[in-house]
Design a protein around this ligand. Structure first.
Ligand code: G6P
Length: 610
């Protein structure tokens, strides 16, 4: 999730690029840079941190150019620093590019390019593209052809803008999997990862599709596929306001982030499954994989939603890796002098990588000599830097305070880690392959669930005045019950509690009457019959029931007031699906109550104080 912007025309591109980057900053904000051409020379200026710091640096340089590109980075490969910031250039500095996306086969490509004598300056996957294009330029192809040939070798996702000082009349752009839009002006053209960056200058846009390459000159636009087929593109008129555009056209960031989950889960999986071996490959754990596999105990420590992900991780690790696993709140762990043995591995899960309690718990465990591992979303965050090894979730920036897409990406990464360890232990290739295949199907199953948005909104209307909610689930779906209740509390301020369904009879059942809505997470698994009994117990006491059930379950409809049907998958992955309706339910209730969904009262996105 990076932001990209480019300009070619008669004006000075520098302020246009800076303004565009400021609009895009919500997509990534760990470093930024611009690249421009002046009298056939390329000038690149980069800066770690916010766009405003880049702006200060640029002001002193007094730059002027009619062609340039700019980038604000959300790191995926390589820590946020000036070297890893974009644009990246070829070795003689004549060619530079900006990239948004992930190149899956960058290790293989890099190896080949190193053999050809290319020198790499950064740790990014993006830098391979610039050298790859350069290798075709060196063979005598022009820029457009070189880009096409290079992209034929690239696996993964990209939104790209490329400038070459020997062909200073054009910006070549390309797209696959990452958004890219071209803005058509009068004697000037623009490119951006989303329209908010260029809307101040033009409302006429062309959306590129996957596998398309476009050539922007100051007064012309043309497009081809990466296989060199000419294509006609339609010009669209933008009618949305800037504010709407930042939120991707959605009313709130939370809804946008819920809707992004097919893509974010895909990004968490991307390039990490080895089909033929039915296992996963996680570069960040490669140095510690033996130690991790041989660990006698796994501890998982986190806060909030990340702690719920940890609970699901416990079920996964114990079921498939057969390693005893314990999950603990970071705030408790850090202060109780925990027992840490020689062969313990400890995962610290954190979206932000900055949560004070999780960070302190990690430092405590590290001091005691444990193998400390991170599962973080923010690349280069404190936890990511200070752990011995780890895995990034690649969910992109999460703006809504209530965590949604970060959670499903954490579950996805936990499943990949499970696969990695379990295959090195007792899990067969066939069983590993089943898990891998099911995991790959999750994004389209999420898409299907998201289509129930309107249906869920209607259910929200029925329950918006409730003052309490009870969430019940068993096994893998007990942590989902906790997460569903947390979402409801966080944004709708309705008191909600999650329980293992069987525990209901030890207390919560006393609360049940016609005013108590109960959400059952009841997919068809080995505990299904048991949960049906619990449903009947609630029904008998007049409770109003919403059930999250499987698509083929017609029986449950007769027992409950509302059902939300989700597709079937294997048990360990079910939480990635069952949590989605709960996110939407909480969201719609909060909206109907007129509450500030993205910034609920008293809460913070990143709790960096105790
Ligand atoms: C805050 C946020 C939660 C988040 C928790 C842990 O409470 O509001 O959404 O789950 O912190 O944050 P982390 O960044 O460590 O996952």
């Amino acid at each position: 999730m990076c932001g990209i912007v480019g300009y070619i025309g008669n004006k000075n591109c520098v302020p246009i690029l800076i303004n565009g980057l400021k609009r895009l900053e919500y997509r990534g904000y760990d470093s930024a840079g611009i690249g421009i051409l002046t009298d056939d020379n390329a000038i690149i200026v980069k800066q770690k941190g916010k766009v405003s710091l880049l702006e200060e640096k640029i002001e002193e340089l007094n730059l002027y150019s009619n062609i340039g590109i700019g980038h604000t980075r959300w790191a995926t490969h390589g820590i946020p620093n000036e070297m890893n910031a974009h644009p990246h250039s070829n070795n003689d500095g004549t060619l530079f590019l900006i990239h948004n996306g992930i190149i899956e086969n960058f290790h293989v490509l890099k190896k080949g390019l190193l053999k050809l004598g290319y020198q790499f300056k950064s740790e990014t996957d993006s830098e391979v593209i610039v050298h790859l294009i350069d290798s075709f330029l060196k063979k005598g192809f022009d820029l457009t052809k070189s880009v096409q040939l290079a992209l034929n070798e690239v696996e993964g996702t990209y939104g790209l803008a490329i400038v070459y000082s020997k062909e200073p009349d054009k910006i070549v752009v390309a797209r696959k999997g990452s958004p890219l839009v071209v803005g058509i002006g009068d004697g000037e053209n623009f490119v951006a990862s989303d329209v908010s960056a260029i809307l101040a200058y033009t409302k006429q846009v062309i959306y590129l599709e996957d596998g398309e390459v476009a050539i922007l000159k100051k007064d012309s636009f043309s497009a081809k596929t990466i296989y060199d087929k000419e294509i006609e593109k339609e010009v669209h008129e933008i009618t949305m306001s800037l504010d709407e555009i930042d939120r991707g056209g959605y009313a709130h960031f939370m809804l946008k982030e819920i809707m992004e989950q097919p893509e974010t889960v895909r990004n968490s999986i991307r390039g990490r499954i080895i089909d033929e071996d039915g296992t996963s490959i996680l570069g960040g754990l490669s140095d510690v994989v033996n130690e991790l596999t041989d660990s006698k105990r796994i501890l998982i420590t986190a806060c909030g939603t990340s702690w719920h992900a940890g609970l699901v991780g416990e079920y996964m690790f114990e079921q498939f890796c057969r390693i005893p696993t314990e999950v603990e709140y970071a705030s408790e762990f850090r202060y109780r002098n925990p027992i840490i043995e020689k062969n313990d591995a400890i995962f610290f899960i954190s979206q932000s990588g900055e949560t004070a309690d999780t960070l302190a718990a990690m430092r405590e465990a590290k001091m005691k000599g444990a193998l400390v591992l991170g599962i973080c979303n923010v690349v280069g965050s404190s936890i990511a830097r200070e752990t011995n090894a780890g895995v990034y979730t690649h969910a992109g920036p999460e703006i809504g305070v209530a965590s949604t897409k970060a959670f499903t990406s954490q579950l996805t990464v936990l499943a990949l880690i499970t696969l990695l360890i379990a295959r090195r232990k007792n899990l067969s290739r066939v069983d590993g392959k089943t898990i891998a295949d099911e995991l790959k199907l999750i994004p389209e199953k999420i898409e299907k669930i998201l289509k129930l948005n309107n249906e869920i909104e209607k259910i929200a209307e029925e329950f918006k005045d409730a003052t309490n909610f009870l969430y019940l689930g068993r096994g893998y779906n007990f942590p989902v019950a906790l997460e569903g209740a947390l979402k409801m509390k966080e944004i709708s301020y309705i008191h909600a509690e999650g329980y293992p369904a069987a525990e209901m009879k030890h207390g919560p059942i006393a609360l049940i009457d016609e005013n108590m809505p109960v959400v059952f997470i009841a997919p068809k698994d080995s505990t299904y019959e048991k949960i049906i009994s619990n449903i009947q117990e609630v029904k008998a006491r007049g409770g109003r029931i919403i059930a999250i059930a499987n698509e083929d379950d017609n029986e449950i409809d007769k027992l409950v007031d509302y059902t939300i049907k989700v597709p079937q998958t294997i048990r360990m992955l079910m939480p990635i699906l069952t949590v989605i309706p709960l996110q939407l339910l909480a969201y719609h209730i909060a909206v109907k109550k007129g509450l500030n969904v993205d910034q609920p009262r008293n809460l913070a996105k990143s709790v960096t104080v105790e």
